[in-house]
Design a protein around this ligand. Structure first.
Ligand code: ADP
Length: 440
């Protein structure tokens, strides 16, 4: 805080100087007469005037030096020393205030840049006064180039232009910005000051995508459940209506068909539960060294059961090292791949299941000489409910979730799935894990 000193010292100093000059003139007058006294008085007054004008020049020169040069204060004595000190005090307090203001402004700028949302200051004619980095990215702007230009000249999306022009900012606007890349933005505008607007933007592309996926998933599940449920209801209705007319064999036949469909629903629900448990992102609960060679014997037994002797199934275990992981999850992934090979290979086909270490990776491989898969489907096979041939998948009791489960299990074990296939010749599914997961 600046200390204000009483200014009476100026008056005292002026009177003291005048009194001294007067006193000297009186002494000269007493000894040498009136004319030398008058001359002395005038000369001393002139001297005092020259001294003051000289200091005045010094002061003006100092005041004119640029503030950031921090020129040293001119030196003087007496009254002028006090004057210079006063001026210095004032200039120092002004520059402290300015420094504080600049620091506050800098902090505000840094905070705005660090914000995850876009921020833009617009004038009442929508010219860009300032925009943060996120705002630049989201709208494809360049602050150096676009500052001072109307935002509506650069972002020309009709909904956005209309929203800004209409000036009704109660509800936010959601629109798709086309440049630099297509993304969905949610925009809020807040008028402030007299004619300024603050535009806040949020990139909600990812949220929208997840929402769409969720909607698709619910639609898919409902569709998958509706079909067997309709069939079950249909058979039950037939049995109820024909209870008096149908013979026991027919009733057994219809109930068996209903039972099959109920089994399909059960499998679907079981796969959905497995998938949702895997998708929680929780780390593997019981990780232990898993004897894969032993696990694969069980997998092959299950595949034989599904095949009922229609295929030749061969197991080739080149490694007896154990894999660190969850036995239940690994069994589910490995069995899914082996059983798929059975389901998509016509009778008489060959299936080879293998487990081998190759340098830095260890691979589980299932090869078949079945129907194969056209290249355009391969990238999408691990999507939930994606099937190449819906009819064949259903006929063989598929849920369309098997490979999605496999993909999740593998990624939880730092593994990945590779698919090679040729229509009419067969497929090879390879699950490869980093060899550092091997124990013993
Ligand atoms: P599904 O229950 O339909 O078998 P999956 O997720 O296990 O579901 O497999 C997705 C699709 O991948 C299957 O519908 C099928 O078209 C194809 N597929 C999977 N494994 C094989 C295979 N060994 N040979 C040919 N096609 C396969």
């Amino acid at each position: 805080m600046a200390v204000t000193r009483p200014i009476s010292y100026i008056r005292v100093a002026v009177f003291t100087v005048l009194a001294l000059i007067g006193l000297v003139a009186v002494v000269v007058g007493v000894f040498f007469g009136a004319v030398p006294a008058l001359l002395t008085f005038s000369a001393l007054l002139l001297l005092a005037g020259v001294y003051h004008v000289g200091n005045l020049f010094k002061l003006v020169r100092w005041l004119r030096t640029p503030v950031d040069e921090a020129a040293p204060l001119p030196r003087a004595f007496g009254l002028w020393d006090n004057v210079f000190a006063e001026v210095n005090l004032r200039s120092r307090s002004a520059s402290t205030k300015q420094e504080r203001l600049s620091a506050a402004l800098e902090r505000f700028r840094e905070a705005s840049q660090a914000m995850p949302h876009g921020l833009m200051f617009l004038s009442n004619t929508h010219t860009i006064e300032w925009v943060n980095r996120q705002g630049e990215q989201q709208f494809g702007l360049d602050r150096a180039r676009d500052q001072g230009a109307p935002v509506t000249n650069i972002v020309r999306q009709p909904d956005f232009v209309r929203y800004l022009k209409e000036g009704n900012y109660e509800e936010p606007l959601t629109f798709t910005a086309g440049r630099p890349i297509s993304r969905t933005l949610m925009v809020h505008v807040v008028p402030f000051s007299e004619n300024m607007r603050l535009l806040m933007s949020e990139d909600i592309t990812q949220v929208e995508r997840v929402d769409a996926m969720r909607r698709d998933f619910v639609a898919n599940v409902s569709h998958e459940m509706r079909t067997p449920l309709t069939v079950v209801a249909g058979f039950l209705e037939t049995v109820i209506d024909g209870l008096d007319d149908l013979d026991k064999e027919d009733i057994r036949h219809y109930l068996n068909l209903a039972f099959e469909q109920a089994g399909r629903m059960q499998r679907l629900i079981q796969d959905l539960l497995t998938l949702s448990a895997l998708e929680t992102g929780e780390p593997i609960l019981h990780e232990e060294p898993v004897d894969v060679a032993m696990l694969l014997e069980e997998v092959c037994q299950e595949a034989e059961l599904v095949s009922s002797g229609r295929h030749t199934i061969e197991l080739d275990c080149g490694s007896h090292a154990r894999l660190l992981g969850n036995a239940k999850e690994l069994y589910s992934a490995f069995a899914n791949l082996a059983i798929n090979a059975v389901r998509y290979t016509p009778a008489g086909g060959h299936i080879r299941v293998g487990w081998h270490q190759r340098g830095a990776v260890v691979e589980y491989k299932v090869e078949d000489d079945g129907i194969g898969i056209a290249p355009e489907h391969i990238a999408r096979l691990t999507e939930r409910f994606y099937r190449v041939d819906r009819g064949r998948s259903r006929e063989t009791g598929g849920t369309g979730l098997g490979l999605a489960i496999v993909k999740h299990v593998l990624s939880r074990h730092q593994g990945e799935l590779l698919i090679d296939s040729e229509p009419g010749r067969g497929s090879r599914f390879t699950a490869s894990f980093p060899a550092r997961r091997l124990v013993g």
